[in-house]
Design a protein around this ligand. Structure first.
Ligand code: AMP
Ligand code: GLY
Length: 427
């Protein structure tokens, strides 16, 4: 049986879950995670480097005879990581499981993705795009538009580039800050203004080899810091999978109206894309609309997707490389997975780091996916806003959550916070 040396880029809870899954495969010879965290060190070898330092990644790949590279975060892909490997004869044989720079624009440019959806008749919110050149027209557009109204910085803005304005004044202010004051740097030189869609959100994960695709388990994440979905947006406070409203009938619409036109559209336009397409969608009156595309897995969705994915992940990556995903039969655990994210007090604003964490050994029946943790003198300490994802499987959401919540009590550090209402609308 062939086996592969694999390099996984990233250091969050998502990467912990991917590393956990990869190392279970008999096809995985050696797993490296760069830079990783104390959690990923349980599953492979951490290598200290920045995911944007392509030369350092090149050296790591050659030193360790890497066969497959998988990027957790979007930044390297949007910056042309795939193309960097293709354009280097020393690296070309290595499979980058991720889209080309052009394909990654589905996430890297909201304007690109909106135009792509228009070309392929994929349902999404109506929109206009504006820059400095048509700024005044933009202001007038905002003034006559229904409320609320959604403004999005075109480029990557670390998840902060979306404003949902409740008043025209707020919209004009945000629009002006983005375009005139470069609030998000170059990312907000162009702004997409779109209609507000009122519904319930779902994260759909498509794995494609450029021709065929399979769906990974779907998930729903909880983005707001406060219970009842209140307060500022975070990177994600928890997730559940499967999602009760994503029944067969709805998923059939998602596949026909969104997934297939997306995969076929990329192929028709000759956009090289062997990787993950994460479709953030919203269900409005029974129909799905795309909110956004991402070119990577979601966090914390991955922490519930991987535990439910029964296929060998390395085998799927190899089939992706070879254009044989049509030969894969998706297998999902019928049980429910829930994850609860423990965060640092103050998050998503300023938060302390270096708080000593204890209680890991007391945890039973959950998987702990480290996110913002680090090791300091043989102790695990907090090192980020989102600290630890606690994932459990159960026969239903209630059961899975009960296990995660009882274990959340056992992990201790000063300033621990977590939402106690993950999955609330399904209970
Ligand atoms: P994004 O960065 O595109 O994921 O947007 C962040 C969040 O803003 C999404 O997860 C949605 O909750 C919300 N959002 C974005 N676009 C819309 C829209 N057109 N209508 C309603 N909510 C939206
Ligand atoms: N959980 C949403 C994201 O990863 O963008």
């Amino acid at each position: 049986m062939p086996s592969y040396n694999i390099l996984l880029l990233g250091s969050g809870g998502r990467e912990s879950a991917i590393a956990w899954k990869l190392q279970q495969s008999p096809l995985c010879k050696n797993l490296f995670i760069a830079p990783g965290n104390p959690g990923t060190a349980q599953y492979g070898t951490n290598i200290t480097l920045s995911v944007m330092d392509f030369e350092a990644i090149k050296k790591t790949c050659l030193d360790n005879k890497i066969d497959i590279v998988f990027s957790g975060p979007e930044d390297p892909l949007v910056a042309g990581f795939y193309d960097f490997f293709q354009n280097d004869s020393a690296l070309r044989h290595i499979f980058v499981a991720g889209p080309s720079k052009e394909g990654a624009q589905l996430e890297g440019s909201k304007a690109f993705s909106k135009k792509f959806m228009q070309r392929h008749h994929i349902p999404t919110a109506a929109y206009r795009e504006f820059t400095e050149a048509n700024f005044e027209e933009g202001i007038n557009y905002l003034k006559q538009h229904a409320l609320p109204i959604v403004l999005k910085a075109d480029g990557l803005a670390a998840g902060k580039g979306v404003v949902i304005a409740q008043t025209t004044n707020e919209a004009v202010e945000a629009f002006t800050a983005m375009i005139k004051e470069s609030q998000f740097g170059d990312a907000s030189k162009k702004v997409v203004v779109e209609e507000f869609l009122d519904g319930i959100e779902l994260s759909v994960f498509v794995m494609t080899d450029g021709t065929h695709y399979i769906l990974l388990p779907e998930a729903k994440d909880y983005k707001r810091i406060g219970e009842g979905d209140t307060g500022p947006n975070t990177g994600g406070m928890g997730a559940v999978s499967p999602v009760p409203f994503a029944d067969n009938n709805f998923m059939k619409k998602v596949i026909q109206q969104i997934v297939e036109p997306t995969v076929n559209g990329l192929q028709k336009e000759n956009i090289t894309y062997k990787g993950i397409i994460f479709i953030g969608l919203i269900k409005v009156n029974g129909d799905p609309y795309v909110i956004e595309y991402n070119c990577r897995m979601g966090d914390p969705e991955t922490e519930v997707v991987m535990p439910r994915l029964q296929n060998d992940l390395v085998d799927l990556l190899v089939k992706m490389k070879e254009g044989k995903l049509n030969e894969a039969i998706p297998q999902h655990d019928a049980r429910t997975a829930c994850t609860v994210m423990l965060v640092s007090e103050g998050y998503p604003g300023n938060y302390p780091k270096g708080r000593i964490m204890t209680g890991f050994e007391k945890v039973q029946n959950s998987i702990l996916f480290h996110a913002g943790t680090t090791k300091k003198e043989n102790e695990i300490v907090t090192n980020g806003g989102r600290v630890l994802a606690i994932t459990s499987l159960g026969n239903n959401i209630k059961e899975a959550l009960a296990t995660s919540y009882s274990n959340a009590e056992l992990i201790e550090y000063e300033g621990k916070y977590y939402r106690k209402d993950i999955g609330y609308e399904f209970l």
